[in-house]
Design a protein around this ligand. Sequence first.
Ligand code: MN
Length: 248
Amino acid sequence: MTTLFVSDLHLDAVRPQLVALFLDFLKGEAAHSDALYVLGDLFEYWVGDDDPQAVGAQVADGLATLARSGVPVFFLRGNRDFLLGTDYASRCGMRILADPCVIDLYGRPTLLMHGDLLCTDDAEYQSFRRNTRDPAWQEQFLAQPLEARIAFAQHARAASIEHQRSVRPQDSGGDATKEDITDASPAAVEQAFARYGIDLLIHGHTHRPAIHKLVAGDRPRTRIVLGDWYEQESVLRVDADGASLSVP
Ligand code: MN
């Protein structure tokens, strides 16, 4: 049997074919797995569990059906859906994990993260992250009317795309609808391996899917980066014998 990891689906009503692909994945491959881990950015944006958008309802139904069939579903918040709360998670039948957290993956302690915490070279983003994870900020934000929250999310997304361009001006000719996310800092990766004493790290966020073999603290380590679902599915499959990542 296999444990599945996905992240950065960025599900949104503007890409209904990707929503359909994910719902098919839940009914198909995921239904025959040991567990499903969603490592953040399941949604393009999330402004509160009270948002009545249809995509949220469809995904909740799909995940709840999977969970009811006996496949445990775990979710870790991303930088787009960090406001996803326990109400929505319980509608999905999924358990919210802390970012970072260590799980036992077929006997192998494994560190899971969304990945934005590793992008320490982007000081402006890390400051935004600290502010918006403050419970007082979140309480104040969630108390605003839905329309105002949606406007904030759209503004934050546009500002983030602009900011990424200013951080990496050499890539300014890229796809205007996608952010060019600053990559994980090698020092932050080394620190994570050392701090948690694990040899396997799985994260998403950077949209640079790969299995990296490296040596840190004189030990061989593996960092697996999940891919995004903007145009296709991207799934990491792990069983007792090892890992395989479908890299588009
Ligand atoms: Mn992300």
